[in-house]
Design a protein around this ligand. Sequence first.
Ligand code: MN
Length: 384
Amino acid sequence: MTLFGLDNLPYGVFSPAGGAPRVGVRLDDQVVDLSVLLDDPVFATGSLNAFMAQGRDRWAEVRERITELLSTDVPDAALHPLGDVRLHLPIEVADYVDFYASEHHASNLGRLFRPDSEPLTPNWKHLPVGYHGRAGTVVVSGTDVVRPCGQRKAPDEAAPTYGPSRRLDIEAELGFVVGAGSTLGSRIGVDEFADHVFGAVLLNDWSARDLQAWEYVPLGPHLGKSFATSISPWVVPLAALEAARVPLPGQDPEPLPYLREHDGWGLDIDLVVEWNGEEVSRPPYREMYWSPAQMLAHMTVNGASARTGDLFASGTISGPEKNQRGAFIELTWGGREPVTVKGEERTFLEDGDEVTISATAPGPRGGRIGFGEVTGRIRSTVTA
Ligand code: MN
C-alpha cells in the first residue's frame, strides 16, 4: 500500500532537469507539477508561501480540485518521476520557534542538565516552554551540516575552551507551518488552529550539547542550535492528518483558560530514527503533552503576530521507553551508555555520520500516509 496516495498529497517545491523551481504534490513516486496541472501562477514560484497566504478555504478548494484531476488522466507534461527532480526548501521560513512539549524529553533533559533539581521546571506544566530559533538556517533534507564551533566547558574544567563541538546531537521533531498569519496585537485562539496552520513537516533540530550546556543559562538555547535545522521537503497538509488525530495523554493541572481546547487533539505519528542506516529509536508523537493548537495559542497570546511561513516545532519527541527517545543525549544517557551502531559503540555524532528521520501516520479507511524523511550528514568543521 502506498504512503503517498490520494489521501496524502503533500506539497513541495521542486525543479525538473533544467527547469525553474515550482510547486508540486507527491503522488506515489511521482511529482505532479501544479503550475501545469492547475495552470495558476501561484504555483510557479519557488516556495509555497504565496499559495499558503491564500487561506484555508482556498487550500481546501485546491486539494479537492487536485484529487479530482488526479483521479482521471493527468497530462504527461505535469508528471515527473521523483528521482528526476531536485527538491528544495518548501517554504520561505518567516520566524522559527521551537517548543519543548514532550514531558519524557523535558524530564530526561532536566535530569541530565540539572541533576540536583526537580527534572521539570515549575512553569513546565503551565505553559508550552519554547525559544526563538534562527529562521535563516533552516535547510532542506539532504543538506550537509557542518560541525559547529564554539565555547564549551565541561563541569570539571576551570575555564571554557573554543573548538568544534564534541557532543553533536539530533532532536527528532515535528514542525508546523503557518499558512495564514494574524495581525499584530491580536491572538490566535486555541480553537482557531486550522484557520492558520497549513501542514506539518519532519524536523531535525541539530544540537551541540557542549555549547548548549555552557551558554543556555539564563536566556536559553543560542549558538548550540542556530547553526542548522533540517526539515523534510514535503509538507503534509493538515487535511491529510484528520485520521491521525488522537486525544492528548492528559494534562494535570488544568491549564489556564486561553490554553483550554474544546476538542483538543494530538497526533498519532510514528517516527523512526536511523543512524548510518541503522534504526536506533522510534519516537511516538502521540505521547506529546502539549497540543499543536496550544503551542500556537501560546505563541500569539501576547499579541505577537504570526506570518505566512512561520515554522514552529514541537520539541524533541520522546516516549516513556528507552528506544523511544528522540535525542542521542537521552538515548545514551549523557554519553554514559553508548548504543551500538553498525557494530560500533557510539554516543554523539562523528564526522561523516548520517541521520535520517522518517514517519508515518494513520490515514483514512485503515490506510497509512507518509511524511517521507529528513536526512543530513555531518561534515567536519571548516578551518581557515
Ligand atoms: Mn528542539
